[in-house]
Design a protein around this ligand. Structure first.
Ligand SMILES: [Zn+2]
Length: 410
């Protein structure tokens, strides 16, 4: 008989880990920082206490392994890095849930091996890329990539890893042998307000949206706001306004899609001058590749038309493109069965945010659970999730791990 997860224990880990922060406000734990190194030391110790064999890999991910009878294994993980002044739950809550699962299964013999992973640099804040550990393990990164990817101070991932006493040269040897991985499982906070609004304690993720991101630069001409007639202006802000308006219109017309202009810089940014330069970001997301393509086409058409009227030029630079990730149907049905057995209400949902489960789902059968985020808040100090909800996620995930485990005994 396996015990139930203890919310108090999960909360205690999270409280302790929240202290590993470089800064007073919220949690700031960037990759390879002093706070990150403290978190690695803590997780190493706690994984060992849960009976796991621990090692820290080339990119700073912490692995805790319990071998099974079979050479294949089930991996459960999430990330321990945070955004600047972020919350105490994003990523790390899933790692702590993994610790709790390892503890609950400590005395149970399993057919599959069980590996808990705390990934590093999922957020991509410091080096601008993200999914560092998961992509490295998947074989999507080389040592050269680590040497070429640099932060704002010019420090490469490779150098930062070395400074943190890691061995980035080990990367090729540490890559996953994919056939040895039966499943990748992740528990994460929702980071939105749907579960709380629907009063459902657990979300079963069906997929993670595909994304395209651009930086758009519009160049016009600075002129006097009083003396330059409207039809003689080259106002760089007009096409920007057309992008913002069309983004809202077209995304509202695509169910489940979102389009965001989150950053806008203009110059000279003065009350009495026509704008000569505008730089804005555009972020398009949907589970449907054709919806992202449709939004892009409509928005760029609106930009072209407005730029012609304003007689300005523009340049579109793509900065990110990712395909949607689909969770494994069989694992989804296992999670649904486990939740039903435990009389937990769930809802199926897609994730609008990227997670380590996104790159991994392209190569390994993957499943993911969401727990409610209070007020839908995330990436801020107010981020909060209920320990009881995390314990529910642990119990349901653990039941699914046992169900996967039975496959091998058949
Ligand atoms: Zn996260």
């Amino acid at each position: 008989m396996i015990e139930k997860a203890e919310a108090g224990r999960i909360e205690a880990h999270l409280r302790q880990l929240a202290r590993f922060s470089d800064g007073e406000t919220g949690v700031t734990r960037l990759p390879f920082s002093p706070a990150a190194r403290k978190a690695v030391a803590y997780l190493t110790k706690k994984m060992q206490d849960a009976g796991l064999k621990v090692h820290v890999d080339a990119t700073g991910a912490v692995h805790g392994l319990r071998p099974g009878k079979n050479f294949r294994r089930i991996i459960l993980g999430s990330h321990y890095d945070s955004v600047p002044q972020g919350g105490a739950f994003d990523g790390i809550a899933g790692v702590v849930c993994g610790l709790e699962i390892a503890r609950l299964l400590q005395d149970k013999e399993l057919n599959y091996g069980l590996e808990i992973i705390a990934f590093n640099d999922e957020e991509g804040v410091r080096f601008g890329a993200g999914f560092l550990s998961s992509k490295a393990l998947l074989g999507d990164l080389t040592v050269e990539d680590l040497q070429n990817c640099r932060d704002k101070e010019g420090i490469s991932v490779y150098e930062a890893a070395k400074a943190a006493e890691l061995t980035p040269d080990n990367l090729p040897a540490e890559r996953w042998e994919l056939p040895k991985i039966r499943a990748f499982l992740e528990i994460h906070i929702e980071q939105g307000g749907v579960l709380e609004y629907q009063q459902v304690p657990l979300g079963i993720v069906t997929g993670i949206v595909g994304m395209r991101r651009y930086t758009i630069e519009i160049t016009g001409r600075a002129d006097h706001a009083g003396t330059t007639p409207m039809d003689m202006r080259h106002d760089a802000l007009w096409p920007a306004a057309a992008i913002i308006k069309e983004a809202r219109r077209v995304a509202l017309a695509c169910p489940g899609a979102v389009a965001t202009v989150g950053s806008l810089l203009m110059s000279p940014n003065a009350v009495n001058t026509v704008a000569d330069k505008v730089e804005l970001s555009l972020d398009l997301r949907s589970m449907e590749v054709r919806e992202v393509a449709h939004m892009e086409q409509q928005i760029f058409q609106a930009l072209a038309e407005a730029a012609e009227v304003a007689a300005v030029t523009y340049d579109i630079k793509p900065s990110l493109a990712s395909q949607p990730g689909f969770m494994d149907k069989e694992l989804i049905s296992y999670l649904q069965t486990s939740a039903k057995k435990k009389e937990i209400k769930t809802m199926n949902m897609h994730s609008g945010a990227g997670h380590d489960a996104l790159p991994i789902s392209a190569k390994v059968p993957t499943a993911m659970l969401f727990v409610p985020s209070k007020g839908g808040r995330s990436h801020c100090p107010e981020e909060w999730s209920n320990g009881e909800h995390l314990a529910i996620a642990v119990d349901v995930m653990l039941d699914t791990i046992l169900k996967i485990n039975q496959e091998e005994s058949l």
